[in-house]
Design a protein around this ligand. Structure first.
Ligand SMILES: [Zn+2]
Length: 207
């Protein structure tokens, strides 16, 4: 049985239990089942969440059937508003290029935000609105970024790393796979400098 089948079977069972408890007028037990149902639905949504995400400074270069897309909320390529219109049904991840603005992601690279900006941005990040903070940076900078955050008391499990490691082989960085520190997602290729493709693990969506 796959993980998804297992979760669906558990959901079915919890729903039956909830109905039974309601009939027996055991309100608190029915509520307990309802809580378990919400948790299972969340887990199922994570299992079903996209494993590929696309981004481009030119929205027209992104495949029209993309199920996850990323775009910028500030900077010279302010694509996010148009992205929302072009991909109404895709999961949309917003990127801030400077730490003065909040979004799902802070873009840490030369010319944009720096490692030193990460702790204060993290502290101002609206977790309720965006979920766990995501840091985008080159695979070669992940170790330095993690140690900057750690020195500020922010643990690795508290945020998500989206690394850039252009090997052209579809992968998510980890010491075993490519030698770089573990990430939850990796931008691994750019198709003819037109559109970037990232591989995501389920943890990327585990907000
Ligand atoms: Zn890698």
């Amino acid at each position: 049985m796959s993980l998804l089948d297992d979760l669906r079977a558990q959901l079915h069972k919890r729903k039956r239990n909830r109905e039974r408890k309601r009939k027996l007028k055991q309100g608190h037990k029915a509520q307990r089942e309802a809580k378990a149902i919400r948790k299972l639905r969340h887990r199922i949504a994570i299992v079903l969440a996209p494993r590929t995400m696309w981004d481009s400074v030119t929205i027209g270069n992104i495949p029209s059937d993309a199920s996850a897309v990323a775009g910028y909320v500030n900077g010279i390529f302010h694509t996010f508003p148009a992205l929302k219109q072009a991909f109404p049904n895709a999961r949309k991840i917003s990127i801030a290029v400077t730490s003065s603005v909040d979004a799902h992601v802070l873009d840490i690279e030369a010319g944009n935000a720096s490692n030193a900006d990460a702790p204060s941005w993290y502290r101002r990040h609206d977790h309720k609105r965006y979920g766990k903070a995501i840091f985008y940076t080159s695979a070669g900078n992940v170790a330095a970024l993690v140690s900057t955050l750690s020195a500020a008391g922010i643990k690795r499990k508290q945020y998500i790393i989206w690394s850039a490691h252009y090997t052209d082989s579809r992968h998510v960085c980890s010491p075993k796979v490519c030698g770089f520190p573990r990430a939850e997602a990796t931008q691994f290729t750019t198709h003819g400098e037109r559109v970037d493709e990232s591989k995501l693990t389920w943890r990327f969506w585990n907000h």
